[in-house]
Design a protein. Structure first.
Lengths: 211, 97
């Protein structure tokens, strides 16, 4: 779902750059001096994992593929703000070194595929955890949040395309959401698999303070 | 860090295996947005619009004839870059004693 340069109008991509940077500045501000010794290697490993996972396109229906985004996964481990900085770093590296997503559209991509997962997704995860307790709540919450985050990301992308005059909302919204309802299942499955694996092997890594 | 704390080595090995080996089996079909762009006829809007020319476009190191090797190496370089950047800001933002 990486938006390339050329798909968004200047007004749209510039506004989204500003919004993304404001949120990331706040995230850096609030994360500063809060990371512990054990957060740092965990952030590095998870950033590597999510970067790699985003390379792995899985075929879905009708000659289309999708890959994981990872925003909910990172937020479940380290919290929404530290997680947002990780996602911003990943989309920055992808756009600059790998031409995956545009430079002008980097703000949009950070918001759609990163911050929606780390912030809105984390909120959904927390809400589910209040209802379903324990490890089960963690797994169900993360899975539900991961799926919703992908669907919301695709809807946000459709709104941005429509606002840019690239594709009318009546066409872009159902088309984007329709495909990502399926791609979201991949996101939920990988998010659940990683969290279940870590719960079984090193549950302490999921118990670090959330930032 | 204690010697027994080697979870991060396991994690990095998993990430590198994904970026260098599993990536060779990734689907090259268009993703959700590319599919919609093709179906709705706005895919060409991106043609020639790249704001910069990246060093490793499409996750392949240019000039390496073997496509699998070009992708594997690009994946490895990418994992090193993102890990380095993240450890960098992580260390800067760490609580100091």
């Amino acid at each position: 779902m990486h938006i390339p340069d050329g798909f968004l109008s200047v007004a749209v991509w510039a506004s989204l750059w500003v919004v993304a940077m404001l949120i990331l500045v706040v995230a850096v501000w609030r994360t500063n001096k809060k990371l512990g010794d054990r957060h740092v290697p965990l952030l590095g490993v998870l950033a590597a994992f999510i970067f790699a996972a985003q390379m792995l396109n899985v075929p879905v229906a009708g000659g289309t593929s999708g890959h994981m985004l990872g925003g909910v996964l990172i937020a479940v481990f380290v919290g929404p703000l530290a997680g947002s900085i990780v996602m911003g770093s990943i989309f920055g590296v992808q756009a600059i070194f790998f031409q995956d997503g545009g430079i002008t559209t980097m703000g949009a991509n950070i918001i759609n595929m990163g911050l929606i997962g780390t912030i809105l997704g984390y909120f959904i995860y927390q809400s589910v955890k209040k209802v379903v307790k324990g490890d089960r709540g963690m797994i169900i919450g993360a899975g539900v949040a991961a799926w919703i985050a992908v669907v919301l990301a695709s809807a946000a992308c459709a709104f941005e395309l429509a606002a840019s005059g690239t594709s009318p909302l009546g066409i872009a919204l159902p088309a984007m959401v329709g495909i990502h309802v399926i791609i979201g299942i991949i996101e939920a499955a990988i998010t659940i698999a990683v969290i279940s694996f870590v719960l079984k092997t090193r549950a302490d890594l999921l118990k670090l303070p959330k930032i | 860090m204690k010697l027994k704390e080697k979870w991060w080595i396991t994690g990095l090995v998993i990430a590198i295996s994904m970026a260098c080996v599993l990536s060779l089996f990734a689907s090259s079909e268009p993703d959700g947005l590319e599919r919609v762009a093709e179906d709705q006829g706005f895919a060409e809007k991106a043609g020639g619009q790249e704001a910069i020319h990246s060093l490793m476009p499409d996750y392949a190191i240019p000039g390496i004839e073997n496509e699998a090797l070009a992708t594997s190496l690009a994946g490895l370089v990418g994992v090193f870059i993102i890990t380095g950047i993240t450890l960098g800001w992580g260390t800067i933002l760490k609580r100091r004693r």
